[in-house]
Design a protein around this ligand. Structure first.
Ligand SMILES: [Zn+2]
Length: 181
């Protein structure tokens, strides 16, 4: 299903354009349709990022106001974060690991079935599951997502000239260590 676009008129227009560009690559577009449920304008967050449990790409102005090709490639990049998360969940959980719980502000978790989970993550509906963070965040995950993004940009023949430099400086900055969206 086409992702739900949640934002103002300008955001909606830019996002539709970006999705139309992604459509030029059937493989990447298929991944976006499968792993991105919503694309949401989010100007308050530190940087754009995928909220993996509910497949929502939160997009800050510097991302959606950049070139439509770059914005399209960002959606492809973040769709891959969601893919890493949900593929792990599908392959490693039979459903028993998704339990309902309540997350308290002190970081503690109360799980209704009385069991504890080693690594838990909660979505907006209050469900937790145990996808380890390194599966979908951190250096290895970012490298995979960037490769996917690069391969998309190569497919649509944009940005070839500056990609190598840009990707290298992105990995050098280790931005994923500064904050987790
Ligand atoms: Zn990323």
């Amino acid at each position: 299903m086409t992702p739900i676009i949640d934002g103002d008129t300008a955001f909606t227009k830019k996002t539709k354009k970006a999705l139309a560009i992604i459509k030029k690559s059937p493989e990447k577009y298929g991944i976006v349709l499968r792993y991105v449920k919503a694309i949401k304008q989010s100007d308050q967050i530190e940087h754009s990022g995928m909220h993996c449990p509910n497949m929502t790409f939160l997009v800050k102005m510097n991302t959606y106001s950049s070139s439509k090709y770059w914005y399209a490639s960002s959606i492809v990049h973040d769709a891959y974060h969601s893919k890493l998360y949900h593929d792990y969940l599908k392959n490693n959980n039979d459903g028993d690991n998704i339990v309902q719980g309540v997350w308290f502000s002190d970081g503690s978790m109360h799980i209704y079935n009385g069991e504890t989970a080693e690594s838990i993550y909660m979505n907006s509906d209050g469900y937790v599951c145990n996808v380890p963070l390194h599966i979908y965040r951190g250096e290895t995950a970012e490298s995979m997502c960037l490769n996917f993004q690069v391969s998309f940009l190569e497919e649509i023949s944009k940005y070839k000239w500056f990609l190598k430099w840009h990707i290298k400086s992105l990995m050098k900055s280790r931005w994923w260590e500064k904050s987790v969206p």
